[in-house]
Design a protein around this ligand. Structure first.
Ligand SMILES: CC(C)(COP(=O)(O)OP(=O)(O)OC[C@H]1O[C@@H](n2cnc3c(N)ncnc32)[C@H](O)[C@@H]1OP(=O)(O)O)[C@@H](O)C(=O)NCCC(=O)NCCS
Length: 179
């Protein structure tokens, strides 16, 4: 029988289970610093945090996946533009490739639209995210405040023309980067 996947927003008691899922998801990932769960813990409760955009996936009541979108800004434009930064996206190894990551990205995208956000930025797998409509950030005059391979830097416009006339540097919230 096919497992039932449920996607829901994080609740107050979910923090430890989410950290554990994120840790497990990245355990064997070569490019990981294995500290992604700490970023979530730093961001939780800050101004960048949007409770409805910390989503988890459950199978038979067990948390097996998680996605986080937090508030960031694009500076140099007048006025600065609010955007979302997607990171991290995590599915525990046992449940990978069964559609959970896809459900999480699609649910987060839908919720971001409902909340009125217009763009989502990410640094991630160029083999994975284009299926959701993410395109290279290099198509726009928008840069990151640190070095990252061009092909890993992507953006999704949630409304057609959302980035028209927008240029600048992305500013991530305190806590997004480790100091
Ligand atoms: C990457 C990750 C989030 C994908 O989640 P998932 O639940 O395994 O993926 P899904 O089952 O939703 O995959 C959806 C589609 O993408 C494909 N896909 C899955 N992982 C992929 C990958 N790493 N690269 C390219 N395509 C991938 C699947 O084959 C599937 O294709 P289909 O619709 O044609 O069948 C998950 O494997 C993971 O947590 N990996 C470790 C942590 C990580 O790398 N996170 C992302 C950092 S950017």
């Amino acid at each position: 029988m096919k497992a039932t996947i449920t996607v829901r927003a994080e609740r107050p008691a979910d923090g430890p289970a989410i950290s554990e899922v994120v840790r497990r998801a990245y355990t064997n990932v070569a490019y990981s610093d294995h500290r992604e769960h700490l970023m979530i813990e730093r961001l939780r409760g800050t101004d960048a945090w949007i409770q409805a955009l910390s989503l988890l996936a459950e199978v038979d009541g067990e948390v097996v996946g998680h996605i986080l979108l937090t508030r960031a800004t694009i500076h140099n434009t007048q006025p600065s533009v609010v955007t979302l930064a997607l990171a991290p996206l995590s599915v525990v190894p046992k449940h990978q490739c069964s559609g959970i990551g896809k459900r999480l990205v699609e649910a987060a995208r839908q919720k971001a639209i409902e909340l009125g956000f217009e763009t989502i930025l990410l640094i991630g797998l160029p083999s994975y995210y284009p299926q959701f409509g993410f395109e290279p950030l290099s198509r726009y005059p928008i840069t990151l405040p640190f070095d990252a391979p061009d092909e890993d830097c992507m953006v999704l416009c949630l409304r057609s023309g959302a980035l028209d006339g927008i240029a600048g540097v992305v500013e991530y919230p305190d806590g997004w980067l480790e100091h």
